[in-house]
Every structure is written in structure tokens, then in C-alpha cells.
Design a protein. Structure first.
Length: 220
């Protein structure tokens, strides 16, 4: 599967050279001539590992684009490389403060460019793997907490129901046999669910109804 990248550059010659180079190196490339176009590409569902953006552009420059991307929870792990002719430390600090991951000075050396981009792809993947691990850990902790919180009141409910059944007259038990059966089966299902929650170690997220998601516990 091809890696994805957005080139954000208003100079047509530079864009042509960069897109040819990246396509040759098996990248799926999208082109934007300013930051607003790049954001539109992201919002349309193209999710790149790397954004390669010029600092100086009309409408929205690379600095503002970087600030917007890094401030968005959905996009902040995208590796952002800033292209610039600015060589001062002050400018680099300014870029780092808004979240730029790397800088490349113009004119660009193609070998160095590809090395930086490949490094960016590796870092992007590592960050996303870490996020998945942290997310799974949080789900396990939450599920176990919920399971344990339910366990005590559930045990009290079971004891109370059993005690109540022992006190009921036989004709009442016969009359409400179906209701008692439903209560018993419901308690068994809740008990099974609590056990699944407390021993959950590999949570799987599945789609539930429209845009809602839920943890798959193997229940019907």
C-alpha cells in the first residue's frame, strides 16, 4: 500500500518536481497551492502520513497550516515538514512553537528530502501504534472498573431475589413463573457481562447502529 503525502506549494515548477519524485518513490500525492486547499483535502478524507508545506504562500501560509493541523486532535500525528528559505534561528523556533516536526532549506536536495520524509512516515506509524496501545489500555481499565462497580450491587440483587423467592407462596410462584424466569435469565446475562468486563484484556471496537461504536464482548 502506498504512503500518502500532501505537497503544499504555490510554485508550479517546484510542485511538478516534488510530485514526480514522490510518485516515483511509491507515494500517493495530493497537491495544494495554499493552506486552505490542504485543509480541504484533509476534510475530504485524504489522510497522509506526511505534509510537506512551503512556509510562504498566499491565503494561508505554511505556518498557519501547521498550527491548524497540529491543533486538531484528528490530524496532530501527521508529520509536518516545513520548506523554507528562512535560515534564522528565530524563524525555526517560531515554526517549532506551532508544531512543525522538521525543516528543509530551499533549494532542496532530493536525497535528503526522501530521507526526511521516510523518517516522518516511520514516526507517524510509531505514534499511531502508541495511541492504539494507550487507547486499548484505557478501555481495559474502564471496563474492569465498570465490571467491579457492578459486581457488588449485582451480588446483593441475586441474594435479595433468592430470599424473596423463598418467602413467596407456591401459588404466587406458579402465577408469576414466567416473570421469575425472565428475572433469572436477565440476572444471568448481567452476571456474564460483568465477568467479561472484569477479564477483558484485548478490547475490540465494533460499529453499533449509525456512527456509534461499542466494545465487542461476544454478546448477542
Amino acid at each position: 500500500m502506498k504512503n500518502k503525502i500532501i505537497i503544499v506549494e504555490d510554485d508550479q515548477d517546484t510542485t511538478f518536481i516534488l510530485s514526480r519524485l514522490l510518485a516515483k518513490n511509491n507515494f500517493e500525492v495530493k497537491i495544494a497551492t495554499n493552506g486552505e486547499e490542504a485543509l480541504n483535502i484533509l476534510n475530504e478524507g485524504f489522510f497522509p502520513e506526511v505534509i510537506l508545506a512551503d512556509w510562504t504562500m498566499p491565503i494561508m501560509d505554511g505556518l498557519e497550516l501547521c498550527k491548524t493541523v497540529k491543533g486538531d486532535e484528528n490530524y496532530k500525528t501527521i508529520y509536518f515538514i516545513m520548506l523554507t528559505a528562512r535560515s534564522s534561528i528565530r524563524d525555526r523556533v517560531k515554526g517549532l512553537e506551532v508544531g512543525a516536526d522538521d525543516f528543509l532549506m530551499k533549494p532542496i536536495d532530493n536525497t535528503e528530502l526522501m530521507a526526511r520524509i521516510r523518517s516522518g512516515v516511520r514516526i507517524f506509524r510509531l505514534q499511531n501504534e502508541l495511541r492504539k496501545v494507550e487507547h486499548s489500555k484505557a478501555l481495559v481499565e474502564m471496563a474492569c472498573t465498570i465490571g467491579h462497580k457492578f459486581n457488588n450491587p449485582l451480588s446483593s440483587l441475586v441474594v435479595s431475589i433468592d430470599s424473596l423467592k423463598d418467602e413467596l407462596p407456591e401459588d404466587f410462584k406458579v402465577k408469576y413463573a414466567e416473570d421469575l424466569k425472565v428475572i433469572k435469565e436477565s440476572i444471568e446475562r448481567i452476571t456474564s457481562l460483568v465477568k467479561e468486563l472484569t477479564k477483558l484484556d484485548d478490547p475490540k471496537i465494533i460499529n453499533y447502529l449509525e456512527n456509534n461504536k461499542m466494545i465487542n464482548l461476544g454478546e448477542d
